[in-house]
Each structure stands twice: as C-alpha cells, then as structure tokens.
Design a protein around this ligand. Structure first.
Ligand code: HEM
Length: 120
C-alpha cells in the first residue's frame, strides 16, 4: 500500500506545483487572474489530500508517527477556502479577479507552512 500512498503524495506535489505555479507566474502581470492551473491545482490538492489521509489511516502507513489530526483539519478547511476563492474568482470579470488570485495563492502558501511545520 505504501507505493499507492507514494503515488498520491507525488500527485499532491503536482497539484501544489500547479496551484502555486499558476499563482506565481502572474506576479508580474498587469492584470492578475485566477487561471486554470490554479483551479485544477486546488481541486487536485483537495482530492489527493483526502485520499492520502484515508490511506495513511486505513493502511496504517506509519503507526509510530500518527498524523496530527488538528493540523489535517486546519489544512482541509484552508484548502476548501482556497477552492472556493478560486471558483468565485473564475466567475468574475478578469479585471476583478486579483483579490481572489491573491487570497487563494496566499492561503495555499499558508497550507505549505502548516504541512511542513505542523502535520509532519
Ligand atoms: C492548498 C492545499 C494544500 C497544500 C498547499 C498542501 C501542501 C502539502 C505539502 C507541501 C505536503 C508535504 C509535506 C511534507 O512532506 O513534509 C503535504 C503533505 C500532505 N498533505 Fe497536503 N496540502 C494541501 C491540502 C491538503 C488536504 C486538503 C489534505 C487532507 C485533508 C492534505 C493532507 C496531506 C497529507 C496526509 C500529507 C502527507 C503527510 C505525511 O506523509 O507526513 N493536504 N501537503
């Protein structure tokens, strides 16, 4: 089962790259929008994150090091908010998408910090 877990962890990193890459690539743009890379990245993070938790707990990937459930809960809420911002932003006129771009990208970065310093 570890190999399946590792494959989803790789997909989790691909989603992260898409979400943050889509955000960063527009930093110097005059009109910053929520691009498809951010949308697909946010959805990938939500789905792969939930699958990772399911496999980790269900298959007892590393019983000596249980996941911090509080931190996972915080990550889930933040990822959900990121996804909502991304979806709302995509519905707006391009000229009005910048606040959604900024909020989604900023919160995605917060989730990286939570993942590195708190979950593990
Ligand atoms: C914007 C959303 C997210 C971002 C940016 C993000 C980021 C990350 C990063 C950078 C890691 C690697 C941490 C490390 O290996 O030290 C990670 C791992 C992980 N994430 Fe996420 N994540 C997000 C959403 C989620 C969600 C929604 C869940 C589940 C509810 C989740 C569950 C996990 C789990 C279980 C791991 C593996 C922890 C381990 O094996 O030690 N993530 N995430």
């Amino acid at each position: 089962m570890t190999i399946v877990y590792d494959i989803f962890l790789i997909l989790h990193f691909v989603g992260l790259a898409s979400l943050l890459g889509g955000f960063i690539v527009q930093m110097r743009a005059s009109q910053r929008v929520v691009n498809p890379a951010m949308l697909h990245g946010a959805l990938t993070q939500l789905v792969t994150g939930l699958v990772l938790v399911g496999i980790y707990e269900g298959a007892s990937i590393d019983p000596s090091s249980p996941l911090n459930q509080t931190a996972i809960g915080v990550k889930l809420v933040i990822a959900f908010i990121v996804t909502v911002f991304v979806m709302l932003g995509r519905r707006k006129e391009e000229s009005q998408q910048q606040p959604y771009w900024a909020a989604a990208g900023g919160l995605a970065l917060v989730n990286v910090i939570v993942a590195v310093f708190w979950v593990a």
